[in-house]
Ligand binder design. Sequence first.
Ligand code: ZN
Ligand code: ZN
Ligand code: FE
Length: 754
Amino acid sequence: MRSRLKVTGIVQGVGFRPFVYRIAIGNNLKGYVKNVGDGTVEIEVEGSRVDIEKFVLELFSKKPPLAKIEKVERADFEDHIGYGFFTVLKSDFEEKESASLIPPDIGICDECSRELFDPTNRRYRYHFITCTNCGPRFTIIECFPYDRHNTSMIDFPMCNLCAEEYSNPLDRRFHAETIACPHCGPSLMLLDRYGSVVEGDPIKLSASFIDEGKILAIKGVGGFHIALSAYDDAAILKLRRWKGREQKPFAVMAKDIGTAKKFAYVDEIEEKILLSPFKPIVLLNMKEDSNISRFVNPGLHNIGVMLPYAGVHLLLFSESKTDVLIMTSGNLPSEPIIVDEKDAVRSFSGIVDYYLVHNRRILHRCDDSVIRKVDDTLCFIRRSRGFVPEPLPVKGVVDVIALGGEENVAGCVVSHNKMYLTQYIGDVENIETLEYLKSALKRMMKLTACKPKAVAHDLHPTFNTTVYAKELSGQLNVPNVSVQHHHAHIASVMAEHGLESTIGIAVDGFGYGLDGNAWGGEILFCEKERFERVGHLEEHPYLGGDLAAKYPARMVFSILYKTGLIDLWLKSNSQKFHHGSKEIEFLKLQLESGNYILTSSFGRVLDAVSTLLNVCDIRTYEGEPAIKLESFAKKAAGHYIIKPIIDDDTLLTTPLLENVIENLGRVPAVELAYAAEEYLAHGVAEIAVEKAREYGVDNISLSGGVAYNEHISKTIRRIVDSNNIKLYRNVYAPAGDGCVSLGQAYLVGKWMLE
Ligand code: ZN
Ligand code: ZN
Ligand code: FE
């Protein structure tokens, strides 16, 4: 008998063909296996019926760890071709009708790690050791199919020994496209601050420089890191001054899981994801007695931790006395991560002492992914290296592209009913990040053979992404379609879970509303592609937009001004306003004049509470006052409760702030912080439950940047659960603005179908 199988899923670049070869030989079958240009694998086997059935079973049961089989299409034939052997055929370039899966970058595997430190192995201490189970993929792919000549490894012709392993179906490196050795592969170099080569062992030298308190730039998988000891206050403060980054936490890399457990609590779920081949940064709760510098994560109860994921990291830790390093993305403030040596030397002059670089080109820059466990669910804060470009399969969506909002942007490309989020781009507020978004989208369109029928974007008229969407739609000669920000948030959850209708809770910072106001605490009824705003937080004057976000005292002012409760507070807190009492007078005039927009932002209310409780008065990074409020509230016992007041589907926030300010000094500040979070979470959940009943919907969706807040997220879920309604959240996409493009693409992709 003869069978032809077409396997769809993550089956290229993960050791799938050698695996097929082994099980075919093992079952006495003849025929071939080959990668097809659309990302699938084609297999033909000839032999007895029993052997073929066994082969097919093993295809699923014994598949390589990184392979993911989505679907196997099988056709059986009675005739015999009479194959003499089982062979691995070359890739097929002709077929390009549909996009499939490109593997993400995979952290170094256990076997390669062992060989790295085995003196008898020919790749002993070779930093670019990889195999079919590990190594970079997405960051070095130029185009499909995933074959060496389509990657930046084309610069390094294989030596004879590597070529032998590459062509031996029984070798772990059979068709490992990143195969290399000290003889033929990329090499490491250490450069000084001027870009001149430093003689000596680059790893040993780097390790000793780090121990001495020097600051290094290290070229890794998706770009440069700036690396330094996480114990060294002076070096960290120097970096903070240079970056103009006073407070924003830095991520660290710990030597191993044991080291991470010395300064952070790691539970089972967190340990599993830390050790996984994707190697993300995971936010972990800090231990009280940790001896990591307090300047790593000022004012926070948690710290971003990752483990070594490339040979160079392991080698560095093996030589260094420092077991925890700050490893922060190597970029200039609000610019994309740097991938090129020359750019690095130019950009980091004045801060970086040495550059540990290699000579393999990074074709797609890619930041580290960031994950946090919220209410026992792993949530992406940033979905990038290790996960991109894994798609989200959906139904009934035409090819479109979507540009997202303005902060924490990732683009989205829809091709053949698969939605691909690009890597994390950042805040698209300048030319550099906009260029990055453009190139990331272009590459993703090429890799997935996307033929867009529309360009989706935010409703905000002046976002850079909106302006570019219009330009792009002209170039592509397709329409551009705007989507309201919070509708996009909730639609992303609908896309992930295949929901036809839902009541959405958007707990967010800022999004341009249908009425031109600054929305951000919204209850939406969403059905198919349309939505209705059915509830929201009380609206307050948004005095000065961005300034009100930077100085939360402005929110306190606009919320409490009418109550007359703040005169006393203003007297002793004028320093919380950028220009002190002069500014307060100005704000009064502005309020009287009525010349302002309104905001129903959830985040801004948390910010206001944060400054009322003296937790955080100035926002130096996105979400800072609210994030620090969460850390602060964690110390509460939770016995002080403020009952939410809802009026006509509006959660009133004036009474909340009144309560807080009246109880300052009477109730412990941590309890007030906790009570405020509880109030807001409770309030929006109650409205959502009521609306679910009213609209006959059996589920509620939660999205938005505040969904990362453990206490708020848990409280909402508890209330939704207790009403026997199912709560859905973002799992594939970040709940923050990284999901906005996904929601936009989903809505517009469906809308275009009709
Ligand atoms: Zn490996
Ligand atoms: Zn070699
Ligand atoms: Fe948002």
